[in-house]
Design a binder for this molecule. Structure first.
Ligand SMILES: Nc1ncnc2c1ncn2[C@@H]1O[C@H](COP(=O)(O)OP(=O)(O)OP(=O)(O)O)[C@@H](O)[C@H]1O
Ligand SMILES: [Mg+2]
Length: 276
């Protein structure tokens, strides 16, 4: 008898090293349940991108490797699978920094995302229609060179291209980077619609923790390659320490400044969960 799990992605005690020596992850465990949005928070260099790449099989391209632990997508090892096979199996990643083909039109960029599934012409047209429903702005710019569109539109192209492969799990790396607040909000609303209308699960790395926790069902805070806090989006958003260090809300005592508080900060010795 096969038991259907509601966990789509699971990382179990994952360690990652680059060039065989640079320890980027030091025992990360996390789960993405089917149909959920999960936020991966933390400062620069905490290990967010590395975690996403460990899940999508993209570490090898950077001379990185999972050295200890398991990465399971739909119950199967994904750390050592060909990334194209993972895309076919429904796991797509949008890389940090938007990465469009600047000299191709918006529509050509989108079509490139579908090629892994070798769709027929009618199927391709159906997928394009669906992405244009989700991103009406892209339909208006469909024949423009992607490199000449705005930053927000390029982020939409990058997400739209991933959606052309019809993912079950979308990995998003800093979708808000360098964008104006209104555009960021628009992109997060689209991500929410993907979850509610299409049942897509999302693991998103974000430095904009305030916004990410507003949309996330669950969140993990990474520090130095370890999960230091985890909990539901609401639990994390309510925690004073998370607010202070990751949401930019400061509690200062007399004579203290942001830096004296940071120096006094104690790093948790073990991963801490507020979810149970
Ligand atoms: N290709 C690489 N080669 C060597 N070290 C790397 C490589 N990529 C990342 N690292 C190191 O791994 C650690 C985690 O980096 P990572 O990019 O995963 O962090 P991040 O949380 O995504 O940071 P940011 O918010 O700046 O994007 C850092 O110490 C970084 O210097
Ligand atoms: Mg990163």
């Amino acid at each position: 008898m096969t038991v259907q799990s509601d966990v789509l992605l699971s990382l179990q005690n994952v360690h990652v090293a680059y060039d065989g020596i640079i320890a980027a992850l030091r025992g990360v465990s996390l789960e993405v349940k089917k149909g959920s949005i999960v936020a991966l928070l933390g400062g620069n260099g905490a290990g967010k991108t590395t975690t996403l790449k460990a899940a999508s099989g993209l570490l090898a391209a950077e001379r990185g490797a999972v050295t200890v632990g398991n990465v399971l997508y739909q119950g199967r090892d994904s750390a050592h699978r060909d990334p194209r096979e993972l895309v076919k199996a429904g796991l797509s990643q949008v890389l940090e920094g938007r990465h469009c083909f600047p000299h191709f039109s918006v529509e050509e960029n989108l079509i490139a995302g579908a090629l892994v599934r070798r769709p027929c012409r009618a199927e391709l047209a159906r997928k394009l229609d669906r992405v244009y429903q989700q991103f009406p702005k892209l339909k208006a710019r469909r024949y423009s060179l992607a490199g000449l569109t705005s930053g927000g539109e390029q982020q939409m192209v990058a997400i739209g291209r991933a959606l052309m492969a019809e993912p079950a799990l979308l990995l998003l790396d800093e979708p808000s980077m360098g964008l104006a607040p209104l555009i960021i909000e628009e992109i997060f609303e689209i991500v929410k619609d993907l979850q509610t209308d299409d049942g897509v699960s999302v693991l998103l790395a974000e430095q904009n923790a305030t916004l990410a926790l507003r949309y996330a069902d669950h969140g993990y805070v990474l520090e130095n390659g370890r999960v230091c806090i985890s909990g539901t989006g609401a639990q994390l958003a309510a925690r004073e320490d998370v607010k202070e260090f990751y949401l930019g809300v400061e509690r200062r005592g007399p004579g203290e400044n942001r830096f004296s508080r940071m120096r006094a900060r104690r790093r948790p010795a073990h991963a801490e969960s507020v979810s149970s």
